[in-house]
Design a binder for this molecule. Structure first.
Ligand code: HEC
Ligand code: HEC
Length: 449
């Protein structure tokens, strides 16, 4: 058990980037806490309806769920409690919207009128949280930054998640329908979640090699053209708004709720307007990081847009440019323009977002593969290798989906094949893993200098 825990710390530190581990508190206590948090996140049901945090934030799907992933789950998966548990049949989830659009029902404004007071939201990944929660006004978690509820910290978010998603009945009585996490459990869950993914923001611009992604990066960073970097500094989750300076993980009303033809509403099912931050809401939503975006759609708080190209194109539309944030950008612009992009430019920005996503996936894959070489337990080795395979599948999908870097894709396919062989090989696992690492690095060399 202890060896296993230490191994996990090594992985998490490595996935997180080595520099973060050097500054982390003494490895032993911290590593134990992270390992405990991991166990709680994936296995603890808190005496509830059978769900765990991992039900909606599974590691093998970038800590989020989407319709394609949901379609692979067996009927009795606790995600679907509303389909088989009579006590949760009404006013808990909307199974049709969950299956078609990956939407989850949330009672952000309280549990007193379940039939009318709810919103439908997508599941955000929980990667890179160390860089994407802090703001001068306190921590901001959830799509609207409200927390769930409480002070907006990751600790109170976990408690809110248990009450919202884990309950056995709609009475939601602690000690009866679920138990609340203890202080120690909250510490452990927080430590685990903070260890996931990037521990620091990128420093843009990167020396990218692809013609189109490179141009996409320029447009992204150009405060007179793409203007993306104003709210997603370094493709992360912090803003630096003209005239207002650095704002941390800020909130804006970008008009996503005003999009016409929102998929969930097209079904005719009732989808109340989501009023965002606070109760009653001020219409704003919290800036998400973009490095992790390309392989974790659908996009925006309501999963309104399926493709990364579509998500970028949103900013060229009426809904954004008429929104309070769009108007504020126009006001700060010498020519009074909000965001105006043409088809080529939209695709170029999306290509850039695809490439930075793949660079992050390659980083994680290499760490997973390298760690797999250092572990003694064959079950752990298999788990690490399988996660590397998933990450590599994402890399391949994200590049091919944008028609990008066929040369890198070929190496990623080879890396995937080798990692898969390593999973199954008793004698040559090490050799295949080492080769897979080489191919990951070769793929990377096609993307960036
Ligand atoms: C039924 C699905 C479901 C389960 C189970 C679930 N979550 Fe979530 N999670 C969501 C949804 C939906 C959101 C978006 C909520 C919002 O915007 O208010 C979310 C948001 C989050 C966020 C905010 C991320 C960010 O970038 O701000 C964190 C952190 C989180 N969940 C942690 C947890 C933890 C910890 C647990 C287990 C105690 C858990 N979740 C269980 C669906 C789920
Ligand atoms: C005024 C601030 C602002 C600007 C400018 C801005 N964004 Fe955003 N962005 C946000 C906010 C806030 C959200 C979350 C909105 C929501 O879900 O309702 C978001 C969400 C996104 C998402 C969805 C991420 C996810 O995980 O679902 C993408 C992709 C995105 N932005 C890309 C861009 C690009 C590309 C640009 C430049 C063309 C840009 N943004 C400019 C504030 C901004």
């Amino acid at each position: 058990m202890r060896a296993r825990e230490l191994m996990w710390i090594a992985v998490l530190c490595a996935v997180a980037g080595l520099s973060a581990c050097k500054t982390a508190p003494p490895p032993d206590r911290q590593s134990q806490l992270v390992a405990k948090g991991q166990d709680l996140f994936f296995n603890e049901t808190f005496g509830g309806n059978g769900r765990t945090c991992g039900t909606c934030h599974p590691a093998e799907n970038n800590f989020t769920i989407d319709p394609a992933f949901i379609a692979t789950l067996p009927k009795d998966n606790p995600l679907f409690v509303a389909e088989f548990n009579p006590a949760l049949k009404e006013n808990f989830e909307n199974p049709a919207l969950m299956r078609e659009f990956g939407l989850i029902q949330e009672n952000l404004d309280g549990f007193d009128d379940l039939k009318n007071k709810f919103v439908m939201r997508g599941v955000p990944h929980t990667l890179g949280l160390r860089t994407s929660v802090q703001s001068p006004g306190g921590p901001r978690t959830g799509w609207s930054g409200d927390g769930a509820p409480g002070d907006g910290s990751l600790r109170s978010f976990a408690t809110g998640a248990v009450i919202q998603h884990f309950t056995k009945t709609l009475n939601r009585v602690p000690g009866v329908d679920f138990r609340l996490p203890t202080e120690e459990e909250l510490d452990a869950l927080e430590a685990f979640q903070l260890s996931l993914g990037r521990q620091q923001d990128l420093a843009l611009p990167l020396p990218l090699k692809g013609t189109v992604p490179k141009r996409g990066q320029e447009i992204f960073l150009d405060n007179k053209l793409g203007k993306c970097n104003i709210c997603h500094v370094n493709a992360g989750a912090t803003a630096n708004f003209p005239g207002r300076g650095p704002l941390g993980n800020a909130n804006f009303n970008t008009g996503v709720e005003d999009l016409p033809d929102q998929p969930a509403r097209l079904t005719g099912k009732r989808v109340p307007r989501d009023d965002g931050f606070r109760t009653p809401g001020d219409g704003t939503f919290n800036v998400p990081p973009l490095v992790e975006a390309a392989d974790s759609g659908p996009f925006f708080h309501n999963n309104a847009i399926e493709t990364i190209e579509g998500a970028v194109a949103f900013y060229d539309g009426e809904s954004f440019n008429k929104s309070p944030a769009g108007q504020a950008l126009a006001k700060a612009d010498p020519e009074g323009a909000g965001i105006e992009l043409d088809g080529t430019q939209i695709v170029a920005i999306a290509a850039f977002l695809r490439v930075i996503n793949v660079l992050e996936n390659i980083r994680q894959s290499v760490v997973l593969l390298e760690t797999s070489l250092a572990v003694s337990s064959s079950a752990e080795r298999r788990r690490l290798l399988e996660r590397a395979v998933h990450e590599t599948d994402d890399s391949i999908r994200v590049l091919s989906g944008g028609g990008l870097h066929a040369d890198a894709v070929a190496h990623l396919q080879e890396a995937r094949r080798l990692a898969d062989k390593a999973v199954r090989s008793v004698f040559f696992g090490r050799k295949y893993t080492e080769k897979a690492i080489r191919d990951q690095k070769r793929a990377r060399a096609f993307l960036v200098d």
